[in-house]
Write a protein that binds this ligand. Structure first.
Ligand code: NAI
Ligand code: MG
Length: 335
């Protein structure tokens, strides 16, 4: 049986890392059929818009997309396509694993294995209620936290713990100061946590969390938090385990899910064939978990780890002299 997924090759290094990723998925015999759709600068050139309706239709039909980075042109009138996709499909859960890998420049080559579950639709990023006074001296921002939004993200985190055999969920907040927004999030989180008695739940204030993550990251298992805190914390976690070349992310909703690398289109190295494909490959592994192929996902992750361990064809960001494709082929030979 094959499953059709939407494939967005994206901009900059996007096509290069996508070719590499699809090669590995083919060798893995993941049983996938690819439906290509355009977004980003490529789409703007071909179709006159950054996010064509045909692309939205493809994602809606297939419910699963693998997406390379998209360049958002700098300037008036262009808002982030990634944010637009998250809004359009109500992709409320941003799931970013951070795991220690061998032979990276990380300070933690072992011991870190955590997942940040970030609320992806509300909080400080609603894009409403921002104002600047006429004299430019005072800026205001409205944050929105809802019971529904909090409940579904915390439930997602606990269900993920259950499904993956993880033991602990840390609720990260700032309810001591942000009494209403963070306060509501924490209150709802406590209610949801009570329904998962077998999973340990602890609460941590966000500033302390940052310190704890840097000092003793092994203590974390799953972190669940609101949009702004999750944005910052998940980048911190990517830094703990070796940086952008190894950090994947999933955007998950009830109607669709989009899997990607955390990094951008890297215009500085685009077209040179030296981009590290691992972040998108790890995003593909998350996708395989999501579509019910956890065994293939695990084989893919194990092949990446074995290739890093062997220092076989590593790309320049990891200190090697390999190319995007030679690295991918080295990984493919181990799946
Ligand atoms: P970036 O992540 O593209 O690049 C930052 C640095 O990391 C660069 O030096 C780059 O060469 C390096 N890098 C990134 N990915 C790499 C990889 N796979 N292998 C080796 N080195 C890698 O961030 P930047 O330059 O701020 O953004 C460039 C463009 O990407 C912008 O237009 C931005 O809007 C877009 N972007 C898109 C994202 C997405 O589609 N999810 C996420 C972040 C940025
Ligand atoms: Mg971010």
């Amino acid at each position: 049986m094959t499953q059709t997924i939407t494939v967005i090759r994206g901009d900059g290094i996007g096509p290069e890392i996508m070719d590499a990723t699809l090669h590995v998925l083919d060798v893995l015999k993941a049983g996938l059929t690819y439906e290509e759709a355009d977004a980003g600068m490529v789409a703007l050139e071909k179709h006159g818009e950054l996010l064509p309706q045909a692309t939205l239709d493809s994602i809606r039909k297939n419910r699963v997309a693998l997406k390379s980075p998209l360049t958002t042109p700098v300037g008036e009138g262009f808002s982030s396509i990634n944010v637009a996709l998250r809004r359009h499909f109500d992709l409320y859960a941003n799931v970013r694993p951070a795991k220690s890998f061998p032979n990276t420049k990380s300070r933690f080559p072992s011991g870190v294995d955590l997942i940040t579950v970030r609320e992806n639709t509300e909080g400080a990023y609603i894009g409403e209620g921002q104002s600047l006074s006429e004299d430019g001296e005072t800026a205001l921002l409205t944050q929105k936290v809802t019971r529904k939004g909090s409940e579904r993200i915390v439930r997602y985190a606990f269900d993920l713990a259950r499904k993956t055999g993880r033991k602990k969920v840390t609720v990260v907040h700032k309810a001591n100061i942000l009494k209403t927004t963070s306060g509501l999030f924490l209150k709802v989180a406590r209610e949801v946590a009570a329904q998962y008695p077998e999973i340990e739940c602890n609460e941590m204030i966000v500033d302390n969390t940052c310190m704890q993550l840097v000092m003793r990251p092994e203590q974390f298992d799953i972190i669940v938090t609101t949009n702004l805190f999750g944005d910052i914390i998940s980048d911190l976690c990517a830094g703990l385990v070796g940086g952008l070349g190894l950090a994947p992310g999933a955007n998950i909703g009830t109607e669709a899910a989009i899997f990607e690398a955390v990094h951008g289109s890297a215009p500085d190295i685009a077209g040179k064939g030296v981009a590290n494909p691992c972040a998108l490959l790890l995003g593909a592994a998350q996708m395989l978990d999501h579509i019910g192929q956890p065994e293939k996902a695990e084989r893919l992750r194990a092949a990446i780890i074995a290739t890093l361990e062997a220092k076989d064809s590593l790309t320049p960001d990891l200190g090697g002299t390999g190319t995007t494709m030679s690295f991918a082929k080295a990984i493919a030979s181990r799946v």
